[in-house]
Write a protein that binds this ligand. Structure first.
Ligand SMILES: Nc1ncnc2c1ncn2[C@@H]1O[C@H](COP(=O)(O)OP(=O)(O)OC[C@H]2O[C@@H]([n+]3cccc(C(=O)O)c3)[C@H](O)[C@@H]2O)[C@@H](O)[C@H]1O
Ligand SMILES: Nc1ncnc2c1ncn2[C@@H]1O[C@H](COP(=O)(O)OP(=O)(O)OP(=O)(O)O)[C@@H](O)[C@H]1O
Ligand SMILES: NC(=O)CC[C@H](N)C(=O)O
Length: 549
């Protein structure tokens, strides 16, 4: 049996585009002599559709598109993910389903049993869990077909406490009793820099455990904050990887099931986490713009490392001709900052303009001086500069349609080290899930072949340059210490006592955690953040604003 794994990039709600892609893949697979093409979870509508699933016309579009694709399945079969209406009056309206299409029609529907409901997932909100376990019978073979989380039954939930096992039911334990020849899992498994290895181990372990080959089909592309890396794979019954699809790119993999046992194993692809993060962020920016119908971006280039890394990612994602930045020096900006920013813009070949903000800043201060009489200059004036920059950048955005990219990193976002309606402006946060220490690594990665980001930008001490001789370290612990504390608190959900037990100074831990807690309100107002870790700010981390910590 010849099978094609179709790893595609879907656009949520764009039924025409999704159907067109799948139909083209089916036609090509037919020409190539394949028997079955496998697409990923909820391919018909894109993942995650969230509350679109509550709209009748959305579900009708899903059903119509499945039928349209089914009609193309003559002389070839396909597996397509899509929602299915629950025929029973009880329970949720829908199942998260996999449609088996053959002979121009829907031949069988398999439903998802294990519905993820942690972090960014919210599937119980829409779907009823499956309780029926049947194999797909096709061309004399029996296939155990499952959907994404269905094979994650023995994973501990990230960040949950006191639970070793997530589920008591294992769909594969049920299906294996009917003696399948092989298994297929269709997935919508978003990227995080730890996820690629975890996921590969799960598929390999399942194949070893059940002693049957596993075909795993994920998707690629980004939908708002979620980025899908693909990395679809085929694993033989001994748990060896025999085929691997590309990361972050559409790809098709052709396999011959009858020859699978003779196929030598290939070594798992090992990619440095920083390269994965870079590729993910490029994909995230590219798809946000492409799927929203935007072409060009802007941001403020300060000569600092955050805007430097953000602009390099934007130029890679959108093309240098589609990035237009502003250099907005104030009286506190050092000459080398302006030079570093100009050098970077020239190295990337992007358009830049310099608009000094000193005069506007002075006008603001002059106009407010009667009201502020007797008050010392403080953070108010620092924030005015950040807000002037935010206003000018949004003016450029309005005039030319460039979307403003937010440059805040995860460390700053965590402790609220940024100005609301100032440098926290933007349509998309590129680095908001990247700790400052990793921003440095990204800069080194971007410079791996040739110096793009000036060395001075990387080695100088981080500074907001909002008052004379200001350094981030005046207000915050050193980033290597701060990030280690933040990681334990945010990603690992450790308590302050546990973090102190890990060897951190109590006062520093308390200060960092106090800042994280008191700045929830700021993060509530930040743009969507591209997710690259197991716990990003955004839809997967829900903390009450009005609360006593
Ligand atoms: N719980 C709450 N719910 C809703 N709103 C709340 C609030 N608490 C305060 N607020 C509001 O927020 C205001 C305070 O926030 P905000 O105006 O942003 O100002 P604030 O957080 O006081 O200051 C910004 C800090 O970020 C630093 N910064 C700024 C710019 C860039 C960088 C950098 O290195 O990248 C660093 C700057 O040096 C300063 O330390 C309050 O005046 C109040 O209006
Ligand atoms: N002189 C400037 N010209 C243009 N944009 C600026 C300037 N200063 C700050 N910005 C914008 O405001 C953001 C916050 O900058 P700031 O220098 O305060 O802190 P930062 O987090 O260290 O960022 P960076 O490392 O990019 O300097 C910058 O990333 C940049 O987009
Ligand atoms: N769509 C899903 O079921 C995704 C959940 C799964 N644990 C994953 O990230 O791969």
């Amino acid at each position: 049996m010849k099978i094609v794994l179709a790893q595609l990039n879907y656009h949520i709600g764009n039924f025409e585009l999704n159907a067109d892609k799948m139909i083209k893949s089916i036609e090509q697979a037919k020409e190539d002599g394949a028997d079955l093409v496998v697409f990923s979870e909820l391919a018909v509508c894109g993942y995650p559709p969230y509350d679109f699933l509550e709209r009748k016309e959305f579900i009708q579009n899903c059903t119509d598109t499945i039928e349209q694709i089914a009609k193309m399945c003559n002389g070839i079969a396909a597996i397509v993910g899509g929602p299915e209406i629950n025929p029973e009056p009880q329970g949720k309206n829908l199942f998260n389903a996999a449609y088996f299409l053959e002979d121009g029609q829907v031949k069988q529907v398999v439903r998802k049993t294990l519905l993820p409901n942690y972090d960014v997932f919210d599937e119980y909100r829409y779907f009823q869990p499956n309780i029926v376990f049947d194999l797909i019978k096709f061309n004399g073979k029996k296939i155990a077909l499952t959907i994404c989380e269905d094979i994650w039954d023995d994973q501990p939930v990230a960040n949950a406490f006191a639970r070793d096992k997530l589920y008591t039911l294992s769909p594969m334990d049920k299906l294996i009793q009917q003696k399948p020849d092989f298994a297929i899992n269709i997935a919508a498994s978003p990227f995080s820099y730890t996820q690629v290895d975890i996921r590969r181990d799960i598929v390999r372990n399942k194949a070893r455990q059940y002693k049957i080959p596993f075909i795993y089909v994920n998707q690629v592309g980004a939908n708002t904050e979620l980025i899908f890396d693909g990395n679809s794979m085929v694993v033989n019954g001994r748990g060896d990887i025999t085929h691997q699809a590309k990361a972050f790119e559409e790809d098709t993999v052709h396999i011959d099931m009858d020859a699978l046992s003779d196929k030598p194993a290939i070594s798992p692809k090992v990619t440095k986490p920083i390269q994965l993060i870079y590729d993910a962020l490029v994909a995230g920016v590219r798809d946000y713009f492409a799927k929203m119908g935007f072409k060009s971006a802007t941001l403020g280039l300060s000569g600092g490392i955050d805007s430097a890394v953000t602009v390099a990612i934007a130029a890679e994602a959108l093309g240098k001709e589609n990035v237009h930045v502003l250099l907005l020096p104030s009286q506190y900006s050092s000459d080398h900052s302006i030079k570093d920013a100009v050098d970077l813009a020239n190295n990337l070949g992007i358009q830049y303009d310099i608009v000094p903000i000193k005069e506007i800043f002075n006008s603001y201060n002059f106009l407010m001086s009667p009201i502020f009489a007797g008050k010392e200059a403080d953070v108010t004036e620092e924030n005015i500069q950040a807000r002037i920059r935010g206003t000018l950048l949004m003016a450029l955005s309005n005039k030319f349609g460039h979307i403003l990219l937010n440059t805040s990193n995860k460390s700053e976002a965590a402790v609220g080290y940024g100005t609301l309606y100032g440098d926290m402006n933007g349509g998309l946060s590129v680095l908001g899930d990247v700790y400052k220490t990793d921003v440095f690594k990204l800069a080194r990665y971007i410079n791996r072949d040739v110096e793009i980001i000036p060395e001075n930008t990387i080695v100088k001490p981080p500074s907001a340059e909002l008052r004379p001789d200001q350094k981030d370290s005046d207000s915050l612990p050193d980033y290597d210490v701060l990030d280690a504390i933040l990681f334990r608190y945010i990603e690992k959900n450790q308590s302050p006592a546990e973090i102190v037990n890990d060897g951190f100074e109590e006062a520093t831990v308390k200060k960092a955690i106090r800042l994280v807690n008191m700045n929830e309100y700021k993060r509530f107002q930040t743009p969507p953040t591209l997710r690259i870790s197991s716990k990003a700010f955004g839809i997967g981390r829900r903390i009450p604003l009005v609360a006593k910590h």
